[in-house]
Design a protein around this ligand. Structure first.
Ligand code: 3BY
Ligand code: FES
Ligand code: FE
Length: 423
């Protein structure tokens, strides 16, 4: 194994991180921190990268770049999800170029080495008779489906506690049957900010007055402790309490898990899940809160279910409603650039133009993503100034603090490991 060194200034910044304050500038701007993030987070943790519904049939694939690692996620001939490094075992050409597609075999466009959907090398033209194809299968990447959400892990030994987290979140997801859903839309948005700014921004609603479309139905009191709710948000909170009580009765009646589980810090796979109320009609993210899609996910008996909100460290969040689901995957492109991949899912038989209008379905989260991207770019520009110093989090930003503490703990683990490897 190669020994990676980390400069004293980077180590010192990790060691002195002040709890309750935003991170110092170099965490968001510096190449060494970017490399450390790739090593400590993106090549070690389970990452949300795709949904089962994107690859319903054998041979269907989607591609994703995790830092410098291009990865293929595909369905094999047995119907199982698989993931491979998107790198040919001959002379290393990138195997599949497109964002998604369907193949019988995976054929390298350079010299036609041909792999099965199980990654085995089936054919390599003009090799000597003693050539052992068995030695040149595609390099596998760990992949796991959790209630229709696909996670990959580049590490040889993925974090062991992910299975336990998966078992706890899956019962919340399964009633929506995302595995067999239909992909109504996918968007890729490149944000001009470090991946942590994208995640931190998602973990609070302190900035939510920047989201007029979302706030039609999303309660702006999200993240506030009862006693901290500002006076202007009190009426919304009263509505929230009434709706929440009613929806809990619905969840109980339908046997839908809804309790808040919040374990964001102090474990390897940090997560938060909760079924929560929405305002107005309470069904969906639309101007009046009514469902955007007539066919309901999982053929649930009512659209008035609020939203199931799931946050997973390090790179994802989800809103699963009665009528549709939206998944978000953030992947680093550069110290100051992040890809946000958003996917909208509906009932498999829902027809565009009949059961849902695409623009209505996409409107709120397209607008919200763009508003967030502007805030992230703005934060990136500010934290890049030598004049920036970390500022204090408000109590309602406790999930941002939890994310940063979790992140710093992962960096410290990585640095300890490097220390141990030094000769
Ligand atoms: O996506 C979320 O989880 C929300 C949206 C607004 C703020 N954030 C907590
Ligand atoms: Fe793929 Fe040569 S690099 S066949
Ligand atoms: Fe936002």
């Amino acid at each position: 194994m190669s020994i990676v060194t980390t400069s004293d200034s980077t180590q010192d910044a990790v060691a002195r991180r002040a709890v309750g304050h935003s991170l110092e500038g170099p965490f968001y701007t510096d190449r060494e921190f970017y490399a450390l993030d790739l090593a400590a987070i993106f090549t070690r943790q389970w990452l949300f990268v795709a949904v089962d519904a994107e690859i319903p049939w054998p041979g269907d694939y989607t591609t994703v770049d995790i830092g410098p690692y291009p990865v293929i996620v595909l369905r094999d001939d047995e119907g199982n999800p698989r993931a491979f490094h998107n790198v040919c075992r001959h002379r290393g050409a990138r195997l599949l170029e497109d964002r998604s597609g369907s193949v019988g075999n995976l054929v390298c466009g350079y010299h036609k080495w041909t792999y099965g959907t199980d990654g085995a090398l089936r054919y390599a033209p003009s090799q000597p008779g003693d050539f052992d194809r068995g030695c040149f299968g595609l390099k596998a990447v760990h992949v796991r489906s959790v209630g229709g959400l696909l996670f990959v892990c580049l590490a040889d030994d993925p974090p062991a506690d992910f299975g336990e987290v998966a078992a706890r979140i899956e019962p919340y997801l399964l009633p929506h049957r995302l595995r067999g859903a239909k992909v109504a839309a996918r968007t890729d948005l490149v944000e001009d900010g470090n991946w942590k700014l994208v995640m931190e921004n998602n973990r609070e609603c302190y900035h939510c007055d920047g989201h007029p479309e979302l706030l039609r139905t999303f309660f702006p009191t999200y993240g506030y402790a009862e006693e901290d709710i500002p006076a202007p948000l009190r009426p919304a909170h009263e509505r929230y309490l009434r709706t929440d009580a009613e929806l809990r009765a619905t969840y109980e009646r339908l046997g839908l898990p809804y309790a808040l589980i919040e374990e964001l810090d102090g474990r390897t796979t940090g997560f938060r899940i909760q079924r929560d109320a929405l305002d107005l009609a309470g069904e969906s993210f639309t101007p009046d809160g009514t469902a955007a899609c007539r066919r309901l996910l999982g053929d649930l008996p009512t659209p008035r279910l609020g939203h199931l909100a799931l946050h997973l460290h390090p790179n994802s969040w989800f809103h699963v409603l009665g009528d549709h689901a939206i998944t978000f995957s953030a992947l680093p492109l550069a110290p100051d650039r992040t890809l946000l991949r958003t996917t909208w899912l509906v009932h498999p038989d829902a027809e565009e133009g009949v059961d849902y209008d695409r623009d209505t379905l996409l409107k709120v989260w397209t607008a919200t993503n763009e508003q967030d991207a502007r805030l992230v770019a703005r934060a990136q520009r500010g934290v890049s100034s030598p004049a920036y110093v970390p500022g204090p989090y408000a109590p309602t930003e406790y999930q941002v603090e939890a994310f940063c503490s979790w992140y710093i703990a992962r960096l410290r683990e990585e640095l300890r490991l490097r220390e141990g490897l030094r000769p």
